[in-house]
Write a protein that binds this ligand. Structure first.
Ligand SMILES: Nc1ncnc2c1ncn2[C@@H]1O[C@H](COP(=O)(O)OP(=O)(O)O)[C@@H](O)[C@H]1O
Ligand SMILES: [Mg+2]
Length: 236
């Protein structure tokens, strides 16, 4: 593989959780590489450690051992403040449980990352409105998250993740709570964003059908990568 195209490397990642006096190993040496502009499906059964791994790739948690390199940067080498800035500039998240702020309306939620990043109000509002339109929420911008269904909150979370044009988009079960047509719409939006910005997409799914669309499938089983397959992409 050409080093220049390398975007993300996971090197021998290990992570265990302590429950009472027991240590439960979840990741037991996970390694794989992702090129820039890759569309990766991180696939595995429920409980296989997909969310644990995604949090580490997204610099939200640290491995017990091993390391992650994102575009040549080892997040563990950054100060806490530099890490926050790095994450905000480079990484967009769609969390499994959305993490949409209940006290802000949908438009404000989507604008938030770019405002934190210093984008002027008017430009932020225009981009947020455009993204909300593209996820089918144009009519819901002034609603609070509590007034939206789970699927609508998920679509708002997708719009927010794309707000800062991240180089790396991490999405945890982004189609999990959506009917198949809405789910396809989300995947199409991901691919459109990638086409515009060469975004690298890592998408967690426990759905084999969804995983099979991606051009790179990494399967987690028993704490290690049990399959790492490059193949032809399919249209969602
Ligand atoms: N903070 C935590 N404390 C203790 N155990 C955890 C924690 N987070 C995850 N786990 C355990 O790690 C395993 C993998 O969880 P997770 O990464 O959420 O799996 P997946 O996303 O593939 O369903 C599960 O057995 C889960 O109970
Ligand atoms: Mg999970």
């Amino acid at each position: 593989m050409n080093d220049e195209n390398m975007f993300l490397q996971a090197e021998d990642l290990c992570k265990s959780f302590r429950i009472g006096s027991r240590r439960i190993p979840v990741l037991k040496g996970v390694s794989f590489s992702v090129t820039r502009g890759d569309w990766v499906a991180l696939y595995g059964a429920s409980g296989s450690g997909k969310t644990t791994l995604l949090d580490i790739l997204g610099t939200l948690s640290r491995p017990d051992s091993g390391r992650v390199l994102i575009d040549g940067t080892d997040p563990a080498s950054l100060s806490a403040r530099a890490l926050v800035a790095f994450r905000r500039k480079n990484i967009g998240f769609v969390f499994q449980s959305y993490h949409i702020l209940p006290e802000l309306n949908i438009l404000e939620n989507v604008m938030l990352p770019s405002r934190l990043d210093g984008m002027p109000f008017k430009a932020a509002r225009a981009r947020a409105a455009e993204l909300l339109e593209s996820v089918g929420l144009a009519g819901r911008m002034d609603h609070r998250p509590g007034e939206l269904s789970g699927g609508e909150q998920q679509r708002a979370a997708v719009a927010r993740a794309l707000m800062n044009r991240p180089a790396l988009l991490l999405a945890d079960e982004p189609t999990g709570n959506l009917d198949s047509e809405t789910g396809r719409g989300i995947l199409k939006l991901f691919l459109r964003v990638r086409q515009e910005s060469n975004t690298t997409i890592i998408m967690v799914t426990h759905d084999r059908g969804v995983a099979s669309l991606a051009g790179h499938v990494v399967e987690l089983r028993d704490g290690v990568v049990s399959q790492n397959e490059q193949k032809e992409e399919m249209k969602p």
